[in-house]
Design a protein around this ligand. Structure first.
Ligand SMILES: Nc1ncnc2c1ncn2[C@@H]1O[C@H](COP(=O)(O)OP(=O)(O)OP(=O)(O)O)[C@@H](O)[C@H]1O
Ligand SMILES: [Mg+2]
Length: 309
């Protein structure tokens, strides 16, 4: 794995007329890793990625991809990167999937075997259907194959598994993990938190065109409060438990007889909960301790916007 970053974005700004889509984004992407860019709709993910691909001209800031400027050095950069646009855009609508992938393979010096790739992504099932008549999920798979077939050092995949069925999603994850093992740097945007959590070494959360959190899934969830859940009789009076627990602990009955305590969990907190249960002769069935998920982090860092009408 190379030690220099694959992508360096510094203070990137991109406006569309009066609207600022990317607003001072600074982000470094590690080489040889999978990085997921998460963010709400309209956060500026696609715009930022398209600046890296040389498809959009930044209004301010700098972008370096494999040490090159995507606009000035586009000719040198393009053969080294793979690009999958959102919703599989940019494919020749009249082309047939397997033929297109075979053709793209011929344009590269050391392509992946197009037949093997077509098999992995189930492209043979599309037969002679032209791309414009494919289903959304089929088009996504063609776009992914097109991005990968040239054996790029770095790929940008904009929502690669959107609209793809769960079996194929797993196959795509396995394929991306194999590419990472071969040293490929993968940058993907996604709305699927489980995808980001499962697949990525690094996660960058973008909101309103800025970076709001970054780190490995474990680092990002480390600061989250944990939860203790258990089952007991419905509608227990929780006042005593609330008094006994630290003041920042949250105690809720999430469904009749299902209780959840959200807090910094330590042995003392568990002892307080179980001894409170013992006082009422309640067996805390199915007591489990869990940590806050990446979804909780996402909601936390992107959900505090004031509501405007
Ligand atoms: N070509 C364009 N012209 C004008 N505004 C645009 C254009 N492309 C994007 N925008 C606006 O810029 C903002 C960021 O859009 P962008 O597509 O980068 O977001 P995103 O994070 O990729 O969202 P999504 O998760 O929905 O794909 C949005 O408010 C969008 O409406
Ligand atoms: Mg997008």
């Amino acid at each position: 794995m190379s030690s220099s970053p694959a992508v360096e974005i510094h203070d990137l700004v991109k406006r569309y007329g009066p609207a600022t889509a990317v607003d001072g984004l600074t982000l470094t992407i590690t080489a040889g890793a999978i990085t997921s860019v998460l963010g709400p709709n309209g956060a500026g993910k696609t715009t930022a990625v398209e600046c890296c691909e040389g498809l959009r001209i930044p209004d301010a800031g700098t972008v370096r991809v494999l040490g090159l400027d995507p606009r000035r050095d586009g000719g040198r950069l393009r053969p080294r990167i793979g690009v999958m646009l959102q919703e599989g855009a940019g494919l020749y609508p009249g082309a047939r999937p397997v033929e297109l992938i075979a053709h793209l393979a011929q344009l590269h010096a050391h392509p992946l075997d197009p037949d093997v790739l077509a098999d992995r992504l189930d492209l043979h099932e599309t037969g002679r259907t032209p791309i414009r008549r494919l289903s959304g999920g089929q088009r996504q798979r063609v776009a992914l194959a097109a991005a990968l077939v040239g054996r790029p050092e770095l790929v940008f995949l904009d929502e690669p598994t959107a609209g793809v069925d769960p079996h194929m999603r797993r196959s795509i994850w396995a394929l991306l993990e194999e590419l990472r093992a071969d040293g490929v740097t993968i940058v993907l945007t996604t709305h699927l938190i489980d995808e980001a959590e499962r697949l990525s070494d690094q996660v960058a959360i973008v909101d309103d065109g800025r970076l709001v959190a970054a780190g490995s899934p474990t680092e990002l969830t480390a600061g989250q409060d944990s939860t203790v859940q258990f089952t007991g009789p419905p509608r227990m009076d929780l006042t005593g438990l609330r008094t006994a627990l630290p003041s920042d602990a949250r105690v809720e009955e999430t469904a009749p007889g299902r209780y959840r305590v959200t807090a910094t969990v330590d042995p003392q907190l568990l002892a307080t909960i179980t001894s409170w249960c013992a006082t009422y002769d309640v067996m805390p069935d199915g007591l489990t301790v869990g940590r806050g998920s990446l979804e909780d982090v996402f909601i936390d860092v992107t959900g505090r916007k004031p509501v405007t009408s």
